[in-house]
Write a protein that binds this ligand. Structure first.
Ligand code: CUA
Length: 357
């Protein structure tokens, strides 16, 4: 567990981005402190210097728009504008970095629920209120909630993101220090919100692989997704497609990360949220050339199960460079794969835009 520290002003600095966030924060504090002190000093100084003295009569007021007044007004407008634009640009650049997971990130799935964090590793390992990760690797979390808004916050990594029911949100970080750090829920989510805490364990690569090796004995997420796929009967329509199909349902091989043409003429990128929506609300986006015949699976599948299905669909041939190509689940035949893979080379890296549909 995490040992208690004596008084500590800042959480530990344990991720690649933490230093940048701290530097920006220090800048904000210094600028605020400088101007607060300056203004406080001037208030007192002028109050003393221009205090009312006996026998002195007020002079006539100056004309309203003297040149000196104009220069002064421009100066005190332009300097704060410049400072706030620096804060804006600096903050935006850190925000962009934090919201764009690197393409080769290691993917881990998180489900929030009142009041715990459920975590699934692609290799099959599962844990609750604990997150084991290797040091010096980019880690991408794909997160959703089973009930209400939560917020996954690791102060030592200076990273947090709202976990929203009904959609997938991503968060990424690169831990740089071996150790144990706090996980908090940072969004009030009910009576036991304060107990929705956990620990992230950053380990060296060997220890991590060791830990992973203990596994759940249930196979990888993609394999579990495949058995769920068969269990729910998705195979009745879609599996035949994997075997070069009969054309009643859209082909799932290579669909992840590609652009999909819809019946209404628009196009969507097949990301995690699109797959989720297609399973739970199949009528909302009909693929061009197909009929609205798929029943909804809402209520028949948990959020955990949904993530496994998504991982299975990903494993059916992902775009080039995706981490998922490393561990594809076995597919009976991949006859139609080359064609679909070449569909859209210009599409952005799968999953790089959080929460986009
Ligand atoms: Cu979950 Cu607060």
């Amino acid at each position: 567990m995490i040992e208690a520290k004596s008084f500590q002003l800042f959480p530990e600095t344990a991720s690649s981005i933490a230093g940048q966030v701290d530097a920006l924060y220090a800048f904000l504090v210094l600028v605020s402190a400088f101007f607060s002190l300056l203004i406080a000093f001037l208030v007192v100084f002028f109050a003393v210097k221009y205090r009312r003295r006996p026998g002195i009569v007020l002079e006539q007021e100056q004309a309203e728009h003297s040149i000196g007044g104009m220069v002064l007004e421009i100066v005190w407008s332009v300097i704060p504008l410049g400072l706030s634009m620096i804060m804006f640009a600096w903050g935006a650049s850190i925000f962009f970095t934090e919201s764009r997971p690197p393409a080769d990130s290691m993917e881990i799935y998180v489900t929030g629920k009142q009041w715990m964090w459920k975590i699934q590793h692609m290799e099959g390992a599962r844990e609750i209120n604990e997150l084991h990760i290797p040091v010096n690797r980019d880690i991408k979390l794909t997160m959703t909630s089973e009930d209400v808004l939560h917020d996954f916050f690791i102060p030592a990594f200076r990273t947090k993101a709202d976990v929203v029911p009904g959609k997938y949100v991503t968060e990424w970080f690169r831990p740089t220090k071996i150790g144990a750090y706090h996980i908090f829920c940072a969004e009030y989510c009910g009576t036991k919100h304060s107990g929705m805490i956990g620990t992230v364990y950053v380990m060296n690569e060997a220890d991590y692989n060791n830990w992973l090796g203990q596994g759940s004995g249930e196979g990888s997420m993609a394999e579990q997704g495949q058995s769920l796929f068969n269990q729910l009967g998705c195979g009745n329509c879609h599996a035949s497609l994997i075997n070069n199909g009969n054309g009643r349902c859209p082909n799932l091989v290579g669909v992840f990360g590609s652009r999909v043409d819809l019946k209404d003429g628009s196009r969507v990128r097949a990301d995690e949220s699109y797959i989720r929506e297609s399973v739970l609300y199949p009528q909302s986006k009909i693929v061009a050339g197909y009929d609205d015949i798929m029943p909804t699976f809402k209520g028949l599948i948990t959020e955990d199960g949904m993530l496994k299905l998504v991982e299975y669909v990903k494993s059916l041939g992902a775009k080039n460079g995706s981490p998922n190509t490393a561990t594809p689940a076995p597919v009976e035949t991949s006859a139609s794969e080359p064609k679909t893979r070449a569909q859209d080379k210009t599409s952005p890296q799968a999953g790089s835009v959080p929460g986009r549909r």
